[in-house]
Design a protein around this ligand. Structure first.
Ligand code: AMP
Length: 281
């Protein structure tokens, strides 16, 4: 695996490969890699001649400075894991390399209601920051396919929208959420949980699973409210539990088999914010 610190060097390397008609899969990450990230690498490995990953903790997408400072970093382990997984190239840029004109002002992306719903509402500016960094990464890498995790359900929708705004040719491949044995969705932020919090954290998955199991016997509002109370009772500070139309994140009045629906949750344990989602019907 070749490690590129300079975006321009990676772009030159990839131009050469493109001339050889190699297809290219791209996996953007913020590092502190776990098996969920490696699933994306494996999918990309299976579907392309070349795989490039990036590790960049993007300052412009953190609406909470403490969350940014405390974001886990395990770079040596990450490099080893990527190499072992058969990744061909890793972009490991610094902030100046990614934002040569500074992180201040940038393009504003029209994300419509994606920006005001759920994660957009609770993390103002977050998706603009995601778009800024992914736009830059897509310009550098110009992949045939970009691999994303369903764990960040709304982010997948935002990046699809970004791709249509900027006219990128990249196809989005969404991979399922990888979970620990007790159901907790794997996440870099899980590394920050103490042993008690780690036990409690599985409550997010359990609450969502309960929604799924009771979807045919209870009303939407009742399902959401009982998930919120079960999380609160376990010590979570809940941002939301919502059942929405999976195609546009619009609230639904009732569960119907005609529409694909998804239950999404975001909640804190201490200052650690966890998110998860589960498809219904
Ligand atoms: P992050 O490093 O958190 O920015 O995540 C990088 C990519 O990995 C994103 O597309 C995430 O959705 C995806 N991802 C994170 N956690 C998981 C997981 N548990 N299973 C599958 N994909 C994941």
């Amino acid at each position: 695996m070749i490690i590129f610190k300079e975006p321009a060097s990676l772009a030159t390397f990839l131009n050469e490969k493109r001339r050889l008609q190699k297809s290219l899969g791209f996996v953007p990450t913020m590092g502190a890699l776990h098996a969920g990230h490696l699933l994306l690498i494996n999918e990309s490995r299976a579907g392309n001649d070349l795989v490039v990953a990036s590790i960049f903790v993007n300052p412009t997408q953190f609406n909470d400075a403490k969350d940014f400072q405390k974001y886990p970093k395990t770079i040596e382990k990450d490099v080893y894991a990527l190499e072992k997984a058969g990744c061909d190239g890793l972009l490991l840029p610094d902030v100046e390399g990614m934002y040569p004109d500074g992180t201040g002002n940038g393009q504003v992306y029209d994300l419509g209601s994606l920006e005001t719903k759920l994660e957009g509402f609770y993390r103002p500016g977050h998706f603009q920051g995601v778009c800024r960094v992914v736009h830059r990464l897509l310009d550098i890498v110009q992949p045939d396919r970009i691999y994303l995790g369903q764990k960040d359900f709304q982010q997948c929708m935002v990046i699809k929208r970004l791709i249509s705004i900027i006219g990128s040719e990249a196809k989005v491949v969404v991979c399922p959420t990888l979970r620990d044995a007790d159901g907790l969705a794997m996440s870099s932020r899980n590394m920050r949980l103490n042993p008690d919090q780690r036990l409690t954290a599985t409550g997010i998955y359990e609450a969502l699973d309960e929604v799924r199991q009771n979807q045919h016997t209870k009303q939407v509002q009742e399902l959401e409210a009982s998930a919120v109370s079960s999380l609160t009772a376990r010590g979570f500070r809940v941002d939301y539990v919502k059942i929405v139309d999976a195609s546009n994140l619009e609230p639904v009045a009732q569960i119907s088999s005609g529409k694909k629906m998804v239950a999404l949750a975001a909640a804190y344990l201490d200052d650690i914010r966890l998110i998860d989602n589960i498809f219904l019907n």
